[in-house]
Design a protein around this ligand. Structure first.
Ligand code: F0G
Length: 356
C-alpha cells in the first residue's frame, strides 16, 4: 500500500479542509515492533511493543505534528515560522519549512542540543539562533516574539501540532486491533503525552477501540517538574531532548496520567543509559537517550511489582521511542568502548576478535 502521510491517511480526524495545502514528507506509519527478547526478561508477564518514531523523515515524532502545523500555517497565509527547541522540533520545523519555502527561525539553548539535530536544522537552511539560556527561556522568547510579529509559532503550544501527533495513537490501535493496556513515553514540554491521550480518547469515541490505555509518563530525575510539583529553574539531564523545567502543557500531562489511571515518574540518568543499551543490544534498536526513558520506566515499575496489580494475565505495553539514536552519536560513543587500533594483520584481528 502506498502510504500518503498522516494528513491524507487520517484526514477526517484532522483540522484540514480541501483547501489546505498539504505539506508532507510522508511521515507516520512507523513500525510497532514486538520486543521478543525484552518480553522474555519480564518473565512472560509483559508483552513489550516498541513504536519506533525515530523512523520518521527527520528522525523523530515531531514530523507528525509539523506536517499539520505547517500545512495549516500556510493555509492562514504565514510567511515565517518560529520555535524554541531542544533539537528535534527545530530539525523537523526546518525540514518542513524548506519544503514549503517558509522562513524558519529556531531558538536553541546554547551547547545543549545533540549534534545530529543541530546539523539538520543548519543544513535545511533555518536561521538557527543559540541563546545563553535554557529551553524554557527560549520558549518564553518565542511566545513573546510570535505574539507581536507575523510569525507562526510551531511549538506544541500550537494545537495543530497536537492534532498531528495524536495520529501515532491511531496507528498503534490500528496495528494491535485494540488499545494497549499501558503506554509509556518521555515527557518534556508535555505536548506528546497530551496528543496521545487525545488520540486514544477520540478513537474510542469513534468506536474504533473499546478501551483506553493507562498512560505512563517519564521525566528525567533532574528535570522532573511534574513529579516535584513545581517548575525546575535549572533542569539537568543527559537526555537533552527532555531537559525542560517548565512544561507548556504540564497541566494536560497530569490530567492524561490521572484520567487514564497511569502515572508520571522520574527516572535517573543511569537508568536511562541502561535502557538505552538494552534497546540497542537486545532488540537492535538505536534510540536517543530521551527515548530510552520509556523502557527505563517500565523496568523500574516492573521491579516494583506495579504491573502485577493489573487484572489481565499478560499486559501489553507500548513504549514510544520518540527519536533516532543517530541524533546523538556523541552519547553513543561516550557510552561504548572505543575500537582497538591494531596492525593490519590477520593474527592481530583474530586475537582482538577472541579467536586466538
Ligand atoms: N523525546 C524526544 C526525542 C524529544 O525530542 C522530545 C521533545 C520529547 C521526547 C518530549 O516530548 O516535549 O512533547 O513532552 N522535544 C522538544 C524539542 C522539546 O524541542 O525537540 P514533549
Amino acid at each position: 500500500m502506498h502510504w500518503p502521510g498522516v494528513i491524507e491517511h487520517y484526514r477526517e480526524y484532522l483540522p484540514v479542509t480541501e483547501k489546505t495545502p498539504v505539506v508532507t514528507l510522508l511521515e507516520g506509519n512507523t513500525p510497532l515492533i514486538f520486543a521478543r527478547n525484552l518480553s522474555q526478561e519480564f518473565e512472560g508477564k509483559i508483552q513489550v511493543y516498541l513504536k519506533y518514531e525515530g523512523l520518521n523523515p527527520t528522525g523523530s515524532f515531531k514530523d507528525r505534528g509539523m506536517t499539520v502545523a505547517i500545512s495549516c500555517a500556510l493555509e492562514r497565509g504565514a510567511k515565517a515560522i518560529m520555535c524554541a527547541s531542544t533539537g528535534n522540533t527545530s530539525a523537523s520545523a526546518a525540514a518542513y519549512a524548506a519544503k514549503s519555502r517558509l522562513n524558519c527561525i529556531v531558538l536553541i539553548p546554547e551547547g545543549a542540543i545533540a549534534l545530529g539535530k543541530l546539523s539538520q536544522a543548519l543544513l535545511h537552511g533555518a536561521k538557527v539562533i543559540a541563546i545563553k539560556g535554557n529551553f524554557d527561556e527560549a520558549l518564553n522568547l518565542v511566545k513573546e516574539i510570535t505574539s507581536k510579529y507575523p510569525i507562526a509559532l510551531v511549538n506544541s503550544l500550537n494545537p495543530d501540532r497536537i492534532e498531528g501527533q495524536k495520529t501515532a495513537a491511531f496507528e498503534i490501535c490500528d496495528v494491535l486491533g485494540t488499545s494497549p493496556d499501558y503506554q509509556a513515553l518521555p515527557v518534556g514540554n508535555a505536548g506528546n503525552i497530551t496528543a496521545y491521550w487525545k488520540g486514544y480518547r477520540e478513537y474510542k469515541e469513534k468506536g474504533k477501540t473499546e478501551n483506553l490505555p493507562r498512560i505512563l509518563g517519564f521525566q528525567a530525575w533532574g528535570a522532573a517538574p511534574l513529579v516535584e510539583g513545581h517548575p525546575i529553574k535549572y533542569p539537568e539531564t543527559l537526555a537533552t531532548a527532555i531537559r525542560i523545567g517548565n512544561p507548556a502543557r504540564g497541566e494536560e500531562a497530569l490530567k492524561a496520567s490521572e484520567e487514564s489511571g497511569g502515572l508520571i515518574e522520574k527516572i535517573s540518568d543511569e537508568e536511562i543509559i541502561k535502557a538505552y543499551k538494552i534497546l540497542a543490544r537486545k532488540e537492535g534498536i538505536f534510540v536517543e537517550p530521551a527515548s530510552a526513558i520509556s523502557l527505563a520506566g517500565i523496568i523500574k515499575l516492573y521491579k516494583r511489582g506495579y504491573f502485577l496489580k493489573s487484572s489481565t494475565s499478560v499486559v501489553k505495553v507500548v513504549c514510544i521511542l520518540t527519536g533516532h539514536g543517530l541524533k546523538d552519536p556523541e552519547r553513543a560513543i561516550k557510552e561504548s568502548s572505543r575500537p582497538k587500533i591494531i596492525p593490519p594483520t590477520e593474527e592481530a584481528v583474530l586475537e582482538v576478535a577472541g579467536y586466538l
